[in-house]
Structures are given as C-alpha cells and as structure tokens.
Design a protein around this ligand. Structure first.
Ligand code: NDP
Ligand code: BG6
Length: 498
C-alpha cells in the first residue's frame, strides 16, 4: 500500500473483526493519545466494522474509572463518547503471568467468533485471514519484551493478521537497539512490527514528500547547487516537569533528535523513492542515513536549563527525580553532514531544546545567494516548513516595496493551513498512524535498518558525553538557550541579515 493512497484505502480489507489490545491502558500515553486517537477514527467513521478495543493493564480499575481515564482527553459530545466506549472494555492482568494471557486470548477469540457469526463470510475458507489483531504497547520499555513474548507465545494466532505496535524509545544506543530488535525479530516478522514515531504522523511531516515530489520548482532546486544550509529546530517552552526520571536517563538527543528530528531530516534529504510503496520509501530514507557520518563533539553545542531569571520556574537539577550531578543535556544543537552528490557541503543544523522561550518545530531551508545579481544583497530566500504549533509553509521572498521608491523588502509567500484549508480536518498524529496500522501501511513507521542507521549516527556522541562527563552549558528556563546558541548556525553558513 502506498503513502498517499492509504488514507482512502484503509478499510479495503474488510476485516470480519479487528481487535486492538492497548497494553498499559491505565497509563499516560493510553489516555492522552491512544484512546483519543481511536476516538477520532471512530467519530470519523474510519474504523472497520466489528472493531473492539481491549484496554489491558495490571491496575484493578472499575469500569467507570477506566471510562473516566480513557476519555479524559476526549473533547466531544457525551453521546458520541458513550457510543465509543461501548466498543471499549478493560481487563486487568499481569505482564508476566501466562494465565492472564490465556484469559486475554480467550476474550479475543470470543469477540472474533461473535463478529464472524454475524457475517456471511463465515463459510469462506479465508475467514481467519480476515481478522486483525493489533497489540499496542503503551508500556515502559522495561516491560515491553516480556509482554511481546507472552503475546507471541500465548495470544498470537498465525492464521489471523497480527500487528505489534511499539513505542519509542527503541533502545538506548546502537548496541542495545540491535539487541532489542534481534529479540523481537525472533518472534515477530518485520512486516508485523510497527515502530511508532509520532512525528511521522504529523501533517506537515507527511506533506514534505508531496511538496518535494509533486512540485517541479522545489525539487529542481533541492540540492547543494541551490541550498546553503538546512535547519531543523525543535523548541519547547516547558522542562521535564514530572518526567525527570525518564528524561535523565535519556536526554534530549535520544528523546527528540535521534528519532523525531532524524525522521524529518531523512524525508527532507532522501532521493525520490522508486514508488510510494512503503518499502521503497523506507529504502530511500535508509539510503540517505547511510551517507551521514557520526556527529562529532566539536560540532555540537550542549546545554542544561537552570532556574528561570525571575525564579518562578525550576532548574533541571531541582527536579527530585533527577540526579543532582546530572550532565544530561536538555538542549543540543548539532551539525549533520550528508556525504552524497546531492548534499555534499550543505550542513543540516539540528536543534532540540526544552524549557526555552517558545513552542516551535520548524524546518528552514536557506538558499544560496544569487551569483552576480544586479540587485544588492538584502537577504536569502528561505523555504520554511512549520510543523507546529501552526501548520504552515512560507517562502521568504524579496520583493519591491510598494510605492514610488525602489526599496526592496523581504516578505513571505505564505501558505498558512488555517487560512486556506479547514484545519480542523488535520488529524492527531496518533490517529493517522493508527489508521495506517489498521490499513497495514508501513510507510510512516520506522524499519529496523533505518533505526540502526539513526543510532549509528548518534551513538558516538552520546558515548562521549557520558564517558567524558561533558558538562553542558547552563541556560535559564525560558531563554533562547546557552551562550553560543545564536552563533552556532552562522558558523555553519546560515546568513542572517543584520
Ligand atoms: P506510563 O509510565 O504511564 O506506563 C504505562 C502503564 O504501564 C502504567 O499505567 C502501568 O500500568 C504500567 N507500568 C508502568 N511502569 C511499570 C513497570 N515498571 N513495570 C510494569 N508496568 C509498568 O508510560 P507512558 O504511558 O507515558 O508511556 C508508554 C510508552 O509510550 C513508553 O515507551 C513511552 O516512552 C512512550 N511514549 C509516551 C508518550 C507520552 O506522551 N506519555 C509520548 C511518546 C511515547 P499498570 O501498573 O496498571 O500495569
Ligand atoms: C516526545 C518526547 O516523544 O515528543 C517529549 O518524549 C516531547 O519530550 C514530545 O515533548 C514532543 O512531541 P510534540 O508532538 O509535542 O512536538
């Protein structure tokens, strides 16, 4: 199935029954993202018929408590929420006790039987193949393996379609990610695994391929002859509040760069895939990652936030769950070089920052100066793709200021989604990704080899930071970042008009 068609064809398989088991249903991801995303698909009537959701976790939750949790982030009329909850149930069970998984299997099978008894296809030989089971691991990485092993041993049915959805983090470095992958692939086929990176479900990230390969003029200049540098920037105005324990182990490079921003980079920089087929797309993404040498410390700026200047916001080390001596970066800016004919000499400057001044995720493609222009240099053209908070694309363009003077000015050719489209149609990334899981479309999921390449690029710098106890530069909560932040991209060729 292909990227741009999947949306319209997701339900073509006509499953007799589809069951999603949300492991960790009592947790944060489940109630903030998974249930709301499933609700969005339900509301848009995009779920196949006979669709059931089983929330599974260890907590003993009464039905009303589960309903309250699962719907706490859903904003919709009460009757719609109530009909959605009719297809949801909760089972409590452990993650390591075989008997609990037997009960889960029996529950799934009973649901499948009931669904297929309603259908004429029951007489068809193909009936089992028309059942889909999705095992969604909304679980901390420490329990992911035992659960996936128990599912494979006890719940899995080779005669139905089984999809395993795995959340980040996929490992801690290249070595641990390889170990994790080899353990999973003992039990599961790559075609059954959906490694989620929710950035691949974001509208603007999905749009990059359309922008590049459906428009003559962009692709024509998408190379080192015309582009000076590319910046991929993630800025968040809050710190690790409540997540310090997790974050202190992982840090900003593993939390945001190695996955979300690297996915954006690979789509921006890849060659045109042979087709829209998921494997062709992932081949292209992997191929460009293979051309990237590991990031070096000399081309890196690291920071860690301290108390805000007015003292109202805590510093990173003030968090009780964070090691007081921690050198974990909450800010990182790195230069990435792609050694191929398209990009040699064009730095990709990647920045990820927590507890800074604004919320913004943005790609800024800065074009080269015009050689021998008759017009004095004012600024450079930039194509800006804003991923959040607002979906927009604009092209910084030099025009003559209106009036009798011949003064030039830099203005924007602006495609703001809220002005041009009904932006209420933009789905939550998780809804879009879940629809792909249902439609067996892997285009927007991370393949094992792609993941391995991303870890190869980041593992040496992570090891240096940890082994050499590199001290990140301090920056106050709410500022732009540590000293040197404003010059880093200039060092890599970014031109900023004074
Ligand atoms: P939680 O810490 O909320 O854990 C989910 C559930 O797992 C808990 O409700 C709990 O359920 C069970 N659990 C928690 N800790 C343990 C443990 N040590 N041993 C066994 N079971 C445990 O995690 P999240 O929901 O925040 O995240 C789940 C996954 O999704 C993680 O891999 C995370 O990195 C990823 N993720 C999360 C995001 C988010 O917004 N939260 C965003 C992107 C990815 P019970 O005790 O009832 O069994
Ligand atoms: C998550 C990270 O994967 O992505 C968080 O763990 C980060 O630290 C989040 O805040 C950012 O996602 P979004 O969709 O809010 O840009």
């Amino acid at each position: 199935m292909s990227t741009f068609e999947s949306r319209d064809h997701a339900n073509e398989k006509h499953y007799v029954s589809t069951i999603v088991v949300v492991f960790g249903a009592s947790g944060d991801l489940a109630h903030k993202k998974t249930f709301p995303a499933l609700f969005q698909l339900f509301q848009a009537k995009l779920l196949p018929e006979n669709f059931r959701i089983i929330g599974y976790a260890r907590s003993l939750l009464e039905r009303d408590v589960f309903v309250k949790k699962a719907t706490s982030y859903i904003k919709a009329p009460a009757d719609q929420v109530a009909s959605f909850m009719e297809i949801c149930e909760y089972m409590h069970g452990s993650y390591d006790n075989a008997e609990d998984f037997v009960k889960l299997r029996e529950n799934i099978e009973a649901g499948e039987e009931k669904a297929s008894s309603h259908k004429m296809e029951r007489t068809s030989d193909n009936i089992l193949k028309n059942r889909l089971r999705i095992y969604y691991m909304a679980l901390p990485p420490s329990v992911f393996l035992p659960v996936s092993e128990n599912v494979r041993k006890i719940v899995y049915n080779p005669e139905v379609e089984n999809h395993l959805v795995v959340e980040k983090p996929f490992g801690f470095d290249q070595e641990s990610s390889r170990v994790l992958n080899s353990q999973i692939s003992k039990d599961w086929l790559e075609a059954e695994i959906f490694r989620t990176d929710h950035y691949l479900g974001k509208e603007m990230v999905k749009n990059i391929m359309a922008l590049r390969f459906a428009n003559t003029f962009y692709e024509a200049v998408w190379n080192k002859e015309h582009i000076s540098n590319v910046q991929i920037t993630f800025r968040e105005p809050f710190g690790t509040e409540g997540r310090g324990g997790y974050f202190d182990q992982f840090g900003i490079i593993r939390d945001v760069m190695q996955n979300h921003l690297m996915q954006v980079l690979s789509i921006l920089a890849m060659e045109q895939p042979a087709s829209l087929n998921a494997e062709d797309v992932r081949d292209s993404k992997t191929a460009v990652l293979k051309c990237i040498p590991p990031i070096v410390l000399e081309e890196t700026l690291l920071g860690q936030y301290t108390k805000s200047v007015d003292g109202t916001k805590p510093g990173y080390l003030d968090d009780d769950t964070v090691n007081k001596e921690s050198n974990t970066p909450t800010f990182a800016e790195v230069a990435i070089h792609i050694d191929n004919d398209r990009w040699r000499g064009v730095p990709f400057i990647m920045k990820a920052a927590k507890a800074v001044d604004v919320a913004k995720v943005i790609v800024r493609i800065q074009f080269k100066d015009i050689e021998h222009s008759i017009i004095p240099k004012l600024a450079r053209n930039e194509l800006v793709i804003q991923i959040s908070p607002e979906d927009k694309i604009y092209l910084k363009t030099i025009v003559k200021e209106p009036g009798l003077s011949s003064k030039l000015t830099l203005s924007d050719l602006n495609l703001s989604y809220s002005a041009v489209f009904d932006d209420s149609l933009i789905p939550e990334p998780y809804a879009s990704l879940l629809l792909d899981v249902i439609g067996t479309d892997h285009s927007n999921f991370v393949r094992a080899d792609e993941l391995d390449e991303a870890w190869r690029i980041f593992t040496p710098i992570l090891k240096r930071i940890e082994n050499e106890k590199i001290v990140p530069l301090p920056y106050p909560y709410g500022s732009r970042g540590p000293e040197g932040e404003s010059d880093f991209h200039i060092r890599f060729g970014h031109y900023k008009p004074r």
